[in-house]
Design a binder for this molecule. Structure first.
Ligand code: EPS
Length: 380
């Protein structure tokens, strides 16, 4: 089974990810991984740390002459700001961060022993993993695209009609959004928030095209693709809500307004990933009964504002128990653009996992054979 673990602290020597279960024979373009890492570092609202770091991947194992071996792939991203042993103790826990529950749980007096690992710096390795999995997905015509739908309550209701235009718009946007009508307001809001010493959250949407019908499983709670995507995305630091398709709005509507009616188009049968069945709406977000239905997967993630504030909230000194204000560590004002890259990576990973579960093999050729056999069967 495809799986990954990460290791590393924010100001430790480096960050590591180990991917297991990745098939042999896939060409890995290191520069593509580095481009994704760079994208995660960007976006308006980032703090001083991103001027110090220049994230680049080093592939330590599992790849020979750019081709995967089927053995564990170890990815490393070095920290330029390797200062963990010199950094001061943190005794003023920040509301909303892992500081307080972490020190109580682990029996610590210094919240740095918790925050170093809780930090969203860890997501650099998740993006490197996501990039490797995206390379695999591209061999099956699957494309995963994440963008910022809104920041600080300024939200876009733009519906994507042309993916190429959406991609171009995201590329030129300072905040990774696709809607130029709201971009200026968002930029202004981030600048004002920085001046006020506050922070901002937002909404991210990830869309995956090209999945065949049949990934994920209705037979067991932990095999359902929607549940797995929710887990993967909710695990990203600061994400507090995840929805698919029409999402939370389904609870306000009649069944007849929610469910996507089924049609059949024989002429598309030999090209389709659904055996010729068609929908004209996608309120389900591409998943029914925990199984992909061949429509695009649409996941939205809701991110809270970062808990580290220049004008800190009230807290309690861990040692004296006296009221104080929380500590301020150099931080970001808004990391929603960066988080959109992380959510995109996590969605890609989970889809890759479901793909290999269904068509698994030790080599890419074997996976491809299984995939092709299945597609030709559903088309028949
Ligand atoms: C983070 C605090 C900041 C962010 C960091 C996440 O780091 P520092 O304390 O070094 O200024 O910049 O994010 C990253 C380093 C990154 O690579 O995304 C936190 O407390 O979660």
């Amino acid at each position: 089974m495809l799986y990954f673990k990460t290791a590393g602290e924010s100001h430790g020597k480096c960050l590591i990810a180990i991917i297991e279960g990745f098939p042999a024979g896939v060409f890995i373009d290191e520069e593509f991984i580095n481009k994704e890492l760079k994208r995660r570092q960007g976006g308006l609202g980032r703090g001083g740390r991103m001027q110090i770091e220049e994230d680049r991947v080093e592939i330590l194992s599992g790849v020979r002459k750019n081709i995967t071996l089927g053995s564990p792939i170890c990815l490393m991203v070095k920290n330029s700001d390797y200062t963990i042993n010199e950094l001061h103790a943190v005794t003023k826990p920040r509301p909303g961060h892992a500081d307080l529950p972490g020190i109580i749980k682990y029996g610590q007096e210094d919240a740095r022993n918790i925050l170093e690992r809780a930090s969203a710096r860890e997501t650099a390795t998740r993006v490197a993993v996501g990039a490797v999995v995206k390379i695999l997905l591209s061999r099956f015509g699957i494309d995963v695209f994440g963008y910022v739908k809104g920041i600080g309550g300024i939200n876009s209701d733009k519906i994507i009609k042309d993916m190429d235009i959406a991609k171009k718009n995201r590329e030129i946007s300072q905040v990774y959004c696709i809607d130029q009508d709201i971009e200026r307001d968002i930029i202004e809001k981030i600048k004002q928030t920085a001046e006020k010493g506050d922070s901002l959250g937002g909404v991210i949407e990830v869309i995956a095209h090209g999945l065949p019908v049949g990934l994920g499983n209705h037979t067991q709670w932990d095999l359902k693709l929607d549940a797995r995507l929710a887990h993967a995305v909710m695990s990203v630091q600061a994400i507090k809500g995840v929805e698919l398709g029409l999402g939370f709005l389904v609870s306000n509507k009649f069944g007849s307004e929610v469910h996507d009616e089924i049609f059949y188009n024989q002429s598309s049968q030999d090209k389709s990933l659904t055996g010729g069945f068609q929908r004209y709406t996608n309120n389900a977000g591409g998943i029914e009964g925990g199984i992909s239905n061949g429509e695009p997967i649409v996941v939205r993630a809701y991110m809270k504002p970062i808990p580290t504030l220049i004008k800190p909230l009230r807290s309690v000194n861990l040692l004296t128990k006296e009221p104080i204000t929380a500590s301020y560590e150099r931080s970001d004002v808004c990391a929603v653009p960066a988080a959109s890259v992380v959510c995109e990576s996590m969605v890609a990973f989970e889809i890759g996992r479901a793909l290999l579960e269904k068509f698994g093999g030790d080599s890419i050729d074997e996976v491809k054979r299984n995939y092709d056999g299945y597609i030709s069967t559903i088309r028949r």
